[in-house]
Design a protein around this ligand. Structure first.
Ligand SMILES: [Zn+2]
Length: 374
């Protein structure tokens, strides 16, 4: 994937802008500090916590608010930038609209915030609106187009696949600023590159759409266990019992339960391979895959599906990509293949950007906010 986004400038022109991020659901990785100097002072407001939220790691600039509390926060304080959920995050649309209205209520060039977002949705609109009656789909499309053009000054895309979905439906901001900064992370600062073990790591919610059942079935046919490989599974969810049963039946499967962030980093550091064989489910498809991004930043070779927004990049850089509707046999072959052809961890890290995509995107937001409000 090409990075079409313009390079960001240094922080001089954007010294300490005030940024409010509005997030419907927060996970600990949303606010892990990476030590990069920021061109802004950031406050993160959120409504709900995800199941992998680690309260012990909560910085003081992260606050839980109601919808009304977020509206008050926007109206009562000065914000240079407000970052909303992306317009195609349909469940978050009520939050995006009320926060967007509040931001637009602030009048005057200096008090009106620059409203922006970072997108990763890559499902076609037809799939996202599959529960909507056929005859009102054009209305739904028009409503989202109107919302994105009314409330957003800018869309920044986290993958080229996401940019294409927005472009195809005319969901970009009217005359607004657009750019692509792929959602990739630099090598993990907190973990030294350790000797990799023959471990394939699955991290995530234990549900069918994450490919858990296919992975368990495929694993049983690969014979990788006899070659010393282990399938390490972390997370919780509806398929927890099935995972526990497989771990009892197969010595080579290890179920670790829910991991805190420190253990997650440790496991990513040990694993030679991270596997995320997500399958489409109704209107849902994998967007990027946090384990894919975090696996790369720990030097892991990745096995993901063609739906991940990073799939073209993964293919170009020696990782494994399987079709989103792969059979158990295809997945088993890919598991065997990824173990045989896994990349040298230092080379995986070598391919990564020196700075996280979202950090670069926010620096670009800060620069364009200054230009856009001049
Ligand atoms: Zn780490």
């Amino acid at each position: 994937m090409d990075e079409a986004g313009p390079e960001e400038s240094g922080p001089a022109a954007t010294d300490r802008l005030r940024l409010l991020r509005v997030i419907p659901e927060v996970r600990t990785s949303n606010f892990e500090v990476d030590g990069t100097p920021r061109a802004y002072a950031e406050t993160i407001s959120y409504i709900h916590r995800k199941s992998d939220f680690d309260a012990a790691a909560l910085p003081s600039n992260v606050i839980q608010l109601s919808h009304l509390g977020i509206v008050r926060k926007i109206l009562s304080e000065h914000w240079d930038i407000v970052e909303l959920p992306e317009p195609l995050w349909l469940r978050a649309l009520p939050l995006s609209v009320v926060a967007g209205v509040a931001a637009r209520l602030k009048v005057g060039r200096q008090s009106r915030p620059w409203v922006t977002t970072y997108t990763i949705e890559n499902s076609p609109f037809e799939a996202l609106a599959s529960g909507v009656l056929q005859r009102v789909k054009p209305l739904a499309r028009a409503a989202i187009r109107c919302i994105s053009r009314t409330f957003y000054d800018q869309l920044i895309y986290g993958s080229d696949a996401s940019r294409l979905v927005y472009a195809k439906n005319g969901f970009g901001p009217d005359g607004g600023v657009e750019a692509v900064f792929p959602k990739m992370q630099k090598p993990c600062d907190g973990c030294a590159l350790a000797e990799k073990e023959k471990r394939i790591l699955f991290l995530g919610v234990l549900e069918n759409r994450k490919g858990v059942l296919s992975l368990l079935r495929a694993w049983a046919t690969t014979g990788l266990g006899e070659e010393g490989w282990r399938l390490a599974i972390a997370g919780s969810g509806p398929l927890k019992t099935a995972v526990e049963a497989s771990a009892r039946d197969h010595e080579s499967i290890e179920y670790m339960g829910m991991l805190d962030r420190a253990s997650t980093h440790r496991e990513l550091g040990r694993a030679a391979v991270v596997c995320l064989p997500s399958r489409r489910d109704g209107r849902w498809r994998e967007q990027i895959g946090l384990p894919v991004v975090e696996g790369l930043s720990h030097g892991c070779t990745i096995l993901a599906t063609s739906d991940s927004g990073l799939a073209p990049w993964l293919k170009q850089h020696g990782h494994q990509v399987v079709p989103h509707d792969s059979t158990v046999e295809q997945l088993a072959n890919s598991l065997i293949s990824v173990c045989k052809t896994r990349r040298v961890p230092a080379q995986v890290l070598e391919d990564l950007p020196r700075e996280d995509g979202v950090i670069r995107a926010r620096r670009y937001m800060a620069r364009t906010a200054v230009e856009g409000r001049c």
